[in-house]
Design a protein around this ligand. Sequence first.
Ligand code: ATP
Ligand code: MG
Ligand code: MG
Length: 554
Amino acid sequence: DTTSAPNFIRNQIRDEIEAGRTGKIVTRFPPEPNGFLHIGHAKSICLNFGLAEQFGGDCHLRFDDTNPAKEEQAYIDAIQEDVSWLGFEWAGAVRFASDYFDQLYAWAQHLIREGKAYVDDLSADEIREIREYRGTLTEPGRPSPYRERSAEENLDLLERMRVGEFAEGEKVLRAKIDMASPNINLRDPILYRIRHAHHHQTGDKWKIYPSYDFTHGQSDAIEGITHSICTLEFEDHRPLYEWFLENLPVPARPRQIEFARLNLNYTLTSKRKLKLLVDEGIVDGWDDPRLPTISGMRRRGYTPASIRRFCDMIGVTRADGGLVDIAMLYHAIRADLEDNAPRAMAVLKPLKVVLTNVPEGHEEVYEVPGHPARDDLGLRKLPFTRELYIDQDDFMEEPPKKFFRLAPGQEVRLRNSYVIRCDEVVKDANGEIEALHCSVDFDTLGKNPEGRKVKGVIHWVSAEHGVPMEVRLYDNLFTVEQPDRDKDADFLDHLNPESLVVCQAIGEPSLAEAAAESRFQFERVGYFCADRHACRDGKLVFNRTVGLKDSWAK
Ligand code: ATP
Ligand code: MG
Ligand code: MG
């Protein structure tokens, strides 16, 4: 049920290679360092790095850093860490579009000399108005009054823009292409804007910054990218991408190929909206385990393999696939952890049990498998004592029929241990249950009780040896499938108030040694991961990755 879905780009490249039309392929993953990466980016990472891996090519990591106001070194660091954690290696050093600012500037001058670019004094609003005259593309746009400036004047103005003689917004450089084109991107697009901003890579060297469109294809060409893969929003930009390559003396001719972006239900895959959740303190930073960021998923307990597996399962198409069910992501991690996570017992809502026929100080230690099917995961030690904890949900004072757990006068098996019977419910002055008094049938260790059937098996932890730990139960951050479906509706209205529930739990003693990021199946409860930050601070905190029940139906 977890076979790979079709990937049209992979098929296309395979055909090209077989037909001898493509030699070594070079792809790139080009994030803008203005936020953390999310699961949508993982799709692009798996695609670009995966193709390079599969066809013996290279994949570059290139920061698309043309907007200094929104970018930060911290994002650059986090993005590199995420890509590496996913298990991919970029070819050569990390690259930056800003490495090419000198070359791009020289190419802008080239376009001016060829009569294919001009400095425009109109404001951003005025340019918007004339490009889409009367608000429609069926009518031609109107030329700017500055469109026919001489090359000499344009070169001079651009140079003065570069060194900071003009204020932000006073002038822009535009390509001179076709103000009547039905494609707005060809209606004299903006190549450079004035920005008096400090840049994380180039410092204060530049007072002008190139647009995405003027940067991307040329950076691809400089790096010898063969397949420049992007999401469908850029389909309409492709003619412009090609126009630059045709009109500039670039060293190579990359091709742009578009695919459908990933959208997941019950979450958001927009950096801008995720940033709002972080900035407003609605979540605990970019790596909050409820976020679909790669670092959030990591902290939640996802493995790199499970994320890559998920990306394989969703496939790559040109048709917008609508919303992918998050249950599929849960399925991918559950399948991984089912096979690989050691087992442990932990009681999330502790209820004290006193075994009245076990003497004080008595102790037995069971050696039980770390995993039912994985001998390599070894054995763990489970001490059994007079006082235990079981989960409150495993006891009912007035049980319905077919409640096979513990109830007054009823028997249940303690996992890996004896059958016990509940003899007495001990309550405090307010009538709250304080403890259960139970008795052990000592003739039931590793065998069925005589003359009766005991159906239920529950988990437990020795009260004396169990370790207190915090357990964070994470659930979907939103209560609706598409929190940002209505453009102006506020996705913050759909936050799930129960997306995080914290329990003070008791775990079996072996959990005291859990390393940061180690993953477990807490038997009968779910899959959990030791929180990387809490562990560093010497605290025992487990994050619920996913429950045990799979609801993904293909
Ligand atoms: P966002 O829309 O979340 O702000 P972005 O597209 O602005 O993301 P970039 O840093 O520019 O973020 O993206 C880097 C690469 O990841 C781009 O090639 C982009 O197409 C791809 N990408 C971003 N979001 C998705 C997605 N949801 N599905 C697939 N690919 C994506
Ligand atoms: Mg972008
Ligand atoms: Mg975007």
